[in-house]
Design a binder for this molecule. Structure first.
Ligand SMILES: [Fe+2]
Length: 189
């Protein structure tokens, strides 16, 4: 579904045109306000709460992609016990919970990246993020390797903003069990 998700597309496009670190600060602030906006909550978040009870996996319930590729704003629904695999993104990203909380595990690379299909990871930290905690941000590529999930008993809903994609792939997926990494063409955040 791609309809008008956002109240101010120009503001988003402006944020996403900034240098990465500044864009991330502005994106975090934008999202922290957006998830408290009563109109946004009522129209874009609460309708998914009921539907989410029947979900068996996490999913993107709503998505707005800028026509020029400068940003993508997405609403993620996390039924209890769901989560992503370990991945990174070909863009910067920021997300903030509107309902409930998610657990984020962040990883760093130990190898020099000399082999395209090999990556040795070490868990750097994990944090639980609720709306009160503000937004979490990731840099593009292996500066933002993470896994996000909802280990709790209630549904979580988060709002994500991604900047312009660098390169052709959406990001990469990691399997630390065999020190493996591969490109991801599309789909997972
Ligand atoms: Fe992600």
């Amino acid at each position: 579904m791609t309809t008008s998700l956002t109240p101010d597309t120009n503001h988003l496009r402006q944020i996403c045109g900034l240098p990465t670190e500044l864009a991330l600060r502005k994106a975090a602030s934008f999202l922290a306000h957006l998830v408290k906006d009563p109109d946004f909550l009522e129209s874009r978040i609460l309708p998914f709460l009921e539907e989410a009870r029947y979900g068996e996996d996490w999913y993107v319930a709503h998505r707005h992609d800028a026509e020029d590729g400068s940003f993508s704003l997405q609403v993620f629904v996390w039924p209890p016990g769901t989560g992503t695999t370990i991945h990174d993104h070909s863009s910067w990203g920021a997300y903030c919970c509107a309902i409930g909380s998610v657990l984020e595990e962040r990883y760093e690379r130990l190898d020099a990246g000399s082999r395209p299909d090999r990556a040795r990871l070490r868990k750097a930290w994990q944090l639980s993020w609720s709306g009160e905690d503000g937004a979490s941000t990731v840099m593009p590529g292996d500066k933002g390797i993470h896994r996000v999930g909802n280990p709790g008993e209630g549904t979580a809903i988060s709002v994500h903003l991604y900047g312009p994609q660098i390169g052709e792939v959406d990001g990469r997926d990691y399997d630390p069990g065999r020190d493996y990494v591969c490109d991801r063409r599309e789909g997972i955040k």
